[in-house]
Each structure stands twice: as C-alpha cells, then as structure tokens.
Design a protein around this ligand. Structure first.
Ligand code: TRP
Length: 335
C-alpha cells in the first residue's frame, strides 16, 4: 500500500514537472520569437561625423519615433560611422546585407554608393545625396526603380554665387575647394563653372583627396583667388575649422554649400534646411517599412532655400554684410 501510494505520488510529481517544464519553455520561446519578429532591423551608415550629417541622423531618428518606430521597442537601429574610410563603408554595408537587415539608411553620397554596391534587394533609403543620378544611385529621380530611393540636398551654385556678389561684388577669380573623389561635389562645381563662363569669372580648382590635404590646398588657393567656393563636400565640411583659419588669415571670403559650414566659419550660403531633410527621409523610410517599394517612390529634393551668414567671419576678414542681405537671412551666426 505504502509502495503504491509512493508510485502514484512519483507519477504525479513527474507529470507536474513535465507539464510545467514544457509550459515554461514553450511560452519563453513564443515571446522570444515574437520579439524577434516584431523588431525590424534598420542599419544606418554614415560616411563621417560632421555637424550636418549628425543633424540629419538625429532628426531622422526623432521623426521615425514620432511615426511610431522606436529604437529598442519595435525597431533595432544599428548606427555605424565609417570615419571617412571607403574600406570601412564596404565592411559596414556588407554586414548589413549579410545580416539581412530590413532597411538600410545611407547618409551622404559615399555611404549610399557603398550600400547600393552591396545589395540589390534590401531596401535602401539615402539621405542628403546632392546628385543621385550623376552619382549612379538611381537612373531617374521620378521613378528610381530597383531597391533605392531617398532625399537630395541639391543646391544652386548660381544662387550661392549671386549671394556672394551681393556681399563681395569685386570677385573675379573663384577657387573651387573640394574632394575630387566626391561625386556630390563634382556636380556643383560643374554648375559653378557654367555660371563663371556666363559671368566672366575665372575658376581655379583646388582639389583634395582626404582631409589631411585641406590646409595646404586651401592656403595655396587663398593666395590666388578673390573668393573660395566649397560645395556640399564631406571632406571639406569635416575640416572647416582649418579652412576658416587659413581663409581668415588671408582675408578671403569662403562661400559654402551648407549651413553647418557657415556655422563652422564659412562666410555665407544659400542652402537647404537639413533637419527637415532628415524628417522627409524618415517619412520615406516609414512608407517602405509599411510595404511600399523604394523604386516606386520618387527621390525628394528640397525646394526651400535660406540665407545663412557668419558675422564673426565677416568681421575677421573686414567685410560688411549689406543690410538687405542681413534682413533676408534666416540665420546669422555670431558669438
Ligand atoms: N550632400 C552631401 C553628399 O551628397 C552630404 C552632406 C549633407 C553634406 N550635408 C552636408 C556635405 C553638409 C557637406 C556639408 O554626400
């Protein structure tokens, strides 16, 4: 009798144990699975950390959260910065592609070119690419096709030069300072040359291949020209403090392609609003996360342009910004 009740007790206990074990393991597995399934993986690749690109990334992430896609909740954001190295870009994009991320967000042209080179099926949204067609990212702005779309920060060299002439009317020679390897800069410099030809200006080119050459090339240009023009170039943007030092010493105005380059010491620009561009990029990303094909979404260009001025630089080089230009400016940087 004793033996029988012991056997019954044992059977009961082991059944209970089995039940609880299997119950526990299956519920754990379920929740792990659903977590994995719910969280979409988004890889953000950025060529280098400079103020403008950081602003774009931050406003992109903020807008995504506003639209209900929050890092750590329903999405996982893997942000990688290539420290201005082409080989790093390739490694980063290969990792995103091999891990089958749900979306790649590429900030600036070199990052977008690397992403496009690594995957033909994962959706890619690029941000702030000046010349998406000329840079080989898409074949058409209206109907990109394939797995790629995004936003462009195209600016007008002509508009920037017209502003330059309002501020410093005696310009005869302009030095084009840029990285010859950045296709985003090439497009704007071509426009600058067209403008120069029409308006009787001479363009002197000062090209670099990396940021360590900027000081020497900027110094040599500053000795030869009435003004320096630098397009929306990632290499020059990351070396703006050096450019400013050289140009201010030579008392040469530097006209640039982006507001952050004015903040960092350039004299003026007529440029776009980058926080808005970051938000627009996020809206495209959301459409894609909800199932739309990138190839069916037209590349977006920003049409609102504003004047940005640096008064400290104006003072340093002895230039007075005309009152009407100051009145039109959307932002005036001064200490
Ligand atoms: N337009 C640049 C590109 O196509 C990227 C960029 C965005 C940038 N904002 C900038 C470059 C400001 C220099 C300064 O790669």
């Amino acid at each position: 009798m004793k033996k029988l009740s012991r056997i019954i007790a044992l059977v009961c206990m082991s059944t209970l144990l089995l039940l609880s074990l299997s119950g526990c393991s299956s519920s754990q597995k379920d929740s792990a699975n659903s977590n994995e399934q719910e969280k979409l993986k988004i890889g953000i690749v950025q060529i280098v950390e400079h103020p403008s690109l950081n602003t774009i990334r931050e406003s992109f992430i903020a807008e995504l959260a506003k639209e209900g896609y929050k890092d750590g909740e329903n999405i996982t954001i893997d942000y990688q910065n290539a420290q201005n190295e082409q080989t790093n870009l390739k490694t980063i994009c290969q990792k995103f592609a091999n891990n089958k991320y749900d979306l790649i967000v590429a900030i600036a042209t070199p990052s977008a070119q690397a992403a496009v080179g690594e995957t033909k099926d994962i959706p890619i949204v690029f941000s702030a690419c000046t010349d998406p067609v000329g840079s080989g990212l898409v074949s058409s702005m209206e109907k990109p096709g394939k797995n790629v779309t995004g936003t462009s920060d195209a600016v007008s060299a002509e508009k920037i030069m017209e502003l330059a002439k309002r501020i410093t009317p005696d310009i005869k020679t302009v030095g084009a300072l840029y990285n010859s390897g950045e296709t985003n800069s090439q497009a704007v410099v071509e426009d600058l040359k067209k403008y120069a030809k029409k308006n009787g200006l001479t363009v002197v080119e000062g090209t670099v291949t990396n940021s360590s050459e900027v000081q020497q090339v900027a110094s040599s240009l500053a000795g030869k020209v009435d003004a320096i023009f630098s397009p929306i170039d990632n290499t020059i943007a990351s070396a703006m403090p050096v450019v400013t030092q050289v140009a201010n010493k030579a008392k040469v105005p530097v006209y640039v392609g982006a507001d952050s380059m004015v903040k960092d010491g350039g004299l003026a620009t007529y440029g776009i609003n980058y926080p808005v561009l970051g938000q627009e990029t996020a809206k495209m990303a959301v459409e894609i996360l909800k199932g739309k094909k990138p190839g069916d979404i037209a590349v977006k260009t920003m049409s609102d342009m504003d004047i940005y001025i640096n008064q400290d630089t104006a003072k340093a080089i002895g230039v007075t910004i005309p009152g009407d230009v100051l009145k039109e400016a959307s932002q005036i940087f001064a200490k």
